[in-house]
Design a protein around this ligand. Structure first.
Ligand code: ATP
Length: 597
């Protein structure tokens, strides 16, 4: 509790302290109500009979007034506490969100995102089984309050009646809480997506709600989906119900023992009252205190806090785990990256296999991309073209060999600065559900307000015509689920992505990578792109990857990637004359077009 409290105070000092303060105040006021009630009840017979030495009516009225005042304040604190705890919660959710995402986003490479240990810590930080750190934090005030109530009420029972009763009740309450917590924990573990069927049910639910609206209708899968979902869901929750049944047995047993302990305490108080050894005030104070101890256990809260603590520890360990396993390169040398590459980017005997995989995607690959040159890279599916782009962008590091930019090894360059020099449209480029402007200027967010460049790239990429047709022009949100938003076609999106890359180039990027830029374009748009390709990329080193030879043949130079190496290198004409892989692939494609015609 104290660890989480410290975290809360660090992140949201005001609202955390207020929330905890109000929770503890609520408990103290509750106990004050118990004490005052005892005194009021104890004083009543004397006041009615007007016994000598008994409380005067005036004093009694004050006592009653005090009880009422404390009761009213006690009733108001939960509402206040809810307000402050909502504020605390908002601050915590924000802090936890950045606490988890920031360490994952910070590294310039992405190996850590495929590291199972990092992924595991990240999963735990997010809160396994839905037990988010924020949930743990939200239980903290109740747990603090229940502890204060437990201790305070035990003192009341001990001081006013008998310490053995107080000790017995506290021990029973803690045992019940501990055991209740264990039962909750076991049920939760079975509950939260831990069965294969639950995961499948979850997948089917998303399929129906979000992922496949068109296919489900086209293939008439509606009834199949509902039936399958119900089947998987029912099967998935069977272990949960089995666990619940077995839990209920134990809950009844331990709850029974707890009740017996409470019963013993109440009978003991009753006996003492009847034989005259316990005055009425003590009786009226002790009985509610006994009940308060009985109710102060909170097994669910304990589990929430315990799991919240484990999520907190994982979140705290996440940056260190990433830094230790995937240290960011420390750059000691200074280079003028703003002008790189002035001559070339050279892959020198580069070998690469993905983390966790033994398969070498690239083997001793040699390739030079000259400054201001348009180089096309071709190869069959899975040849490693996109992988090569990832290495060029520095998101992965070669497992052997090196990549030299103007003779400087990429590992000796400031990676963040180098990545700003590379503008790329990758195959699975991002489609931000934001305005068209945002989608384009994200190419170089520092130049976001540059209207001239925006207009220029709109012309060059051909999205000016698209934007003119949108209801709010550049401000239109590119996602139909937002008010006034629209959905673009695949080809229109591709132009937006092209505009984004061109925006980056005009903002100063020195390398332009176009990975399948024409895949979703219609024939005319493709022809336009091809026609303007060299013009668009003049002045930068550009690498274009495409299976369409109409796009590729215009490049200054074409390289064929096969078996992890560059096996052919030359102009379109040279490669055709060479009669190698390129010529075969080209003729196959050309033949199909000719036959089709
Ligand atoms: N993250 C990854 N982890 C493990 N293997 C991967 C990963 N990404 C790609 N691969 C493998 O690397 C090989 C090369 O993939 P890559 O995407 O670079 O091919 P490509 O030439 O771009 O193919 P395509 O023409 O289909 O786009 C493939 O065998 C692929 O399965």
């Amino acid at each position: 509790m104290l660890t989480l409290l410290r975290y809360g105070v660090r992140v949201a000092p005001g609202s955390t302290l207020l929330t905890m303060g109000l929770a503890v105040l609520g408990s103290l006021l509750g106990m004050a109500v118990t004490l005052l009630t005892g005194r009021v009840v104890g004083a009543v017979p004397g006041v009615i009979d007007g016994r000598p030495g008994a409380m005067a009516l005036g004093e009694f009225s004050w006592l009653l007034g005090a009880l009422l005042a404390v009761f009213v304040i006690d009733s108001l604190t939960p509402a206040l506490q809810q307000l402050t705890s909502l504020t605390m919660d908002a601050a915590l959710v924000r802090a936890i969100g950045t606490g988890i995402t920031e360490p994952l986003l910070r590294p310039r490479r992405i190996q850590h995102l495929e590291d199972t240990e990092v992924l595991d810590v990240q999963e735990r930080a997010k809160g396994k089984g839905g037990f988010h750190l924020a949930h743990g934090m939200s239980q903290l005030p109740y747990l603090f309050a229940s502890r204060v109530t437990l201790i305070g009420s035990a003192i009341i029972v001990g001081a006013m009646f008998a310490w053995w009763v107080a000790v017995m009740l506290v021990a029973m309450s803690l045992v019940l809480e501990w055991y209740g917590g264990r039962l909750v924990e076991r049920e939760v573990d079975v509950w939260w997506g831990n069965t294969e069927e639950q995961r499948r049910a979850h997948y089917l639910f998303n399929l129906g709600m979000r992922d496949a609206p068109k296919e489900l209708r086209v293939f008439g899968l509606h009834h199949w989906l509902v039936k399958r979902y119900v089947g998987e869901w029912t099967a998935g929750y069977r272990p949960v119900w089995a666990r619940r049944r077995s839990n209920a047995k134990w809950s009844l047993l331990i709850g029974g023992v707890h009740l017996i302990a409470n019963g013993i305490a109440i009978i003991a108080v009753g006996r003492a009252a009847l034989n005259g050894s316990l005055p009425l005030t003590q009786v009226a104070t002790t009985l509610p205190a006994i009940l308060a101890i009985g109710q102060s256990n909170n097994g669910y809260g304990v589990v929430q806090v315990r799991r919240g603590l484990s999520a907190y520890r994982a979140m705290r360990d996440l940056p260190a785990t990433i830094e230790t396993k995937h240290p960011e390169p420390v750059v000691t040398t200074r280079h003028r990256i703003e002008t790189m590459p002035a001559r070339e980017v050279r892959f020198e005997k580069v070998g690469f296999h993905y983390p966790g995989s033994e398969v070498a995607v690239l083997k001793d690959l040699d390739l030079t991309l000259h400054a201001r040159e348009a180089l096309a890279l071709v190869g069959i599916n899975g040849a490693g073209k996109s992988t090569l782009v990832k290495l060029l962008g520095g998101v992965y590091q070669p497992t052997s060999g090196r990549i030299l930019v103007d003779g400087v090894d990429l590992v000796d360059l400031d990676l963040a600065a180098w990545q700003r020099r590379v503008a790329a449209i990758v195959q699975d480029f991002l489609r931000f559900p934001l305005s068209v402007t945002d989608n384009v200027v994200f190419g170089s967010v520092e130049r976001a307000g540059d209207e001239l460049t925006l207009a220029r790239v709109a012309r060059e990429s051909g999205i000016d015509a698209v934007v003119r047709g949108l209801p709010k022009g550049w401000d239109t949100v590119l996602d139909k689920t937002f008010d006034g938003g629209v959905d673009l076609s695949g080809g229109e999106w591709q132009r937006v992505a092209l505009a984004r890359a061109l925006f980056a180039v005009h903002a100063g990027a020195g390398v332009l990578v176009l990975d399948e830029p024409a895949a979703a374009l219609d024939v005319r748009a493709e022809a336009e792109l091809v026609e303007r390709y060299l013009e668009l990329t003049s002045g930068v080193a550009s690498l274009i990857i495409s299976h369409r030879f109409s796009v590729v043949r215009n490049a200054d130079r074409i390289c064929v990637l096969s078996g992890g190496r560059i096996v052919e290198d030359g102009t379109h004409e040279e490669l055709l004359a060479g009669n190698g892989e390129y010529a075969t692939m080209f003729r196959l494609q050309a033949e199909r077009y000719v036959t089709g015609a």
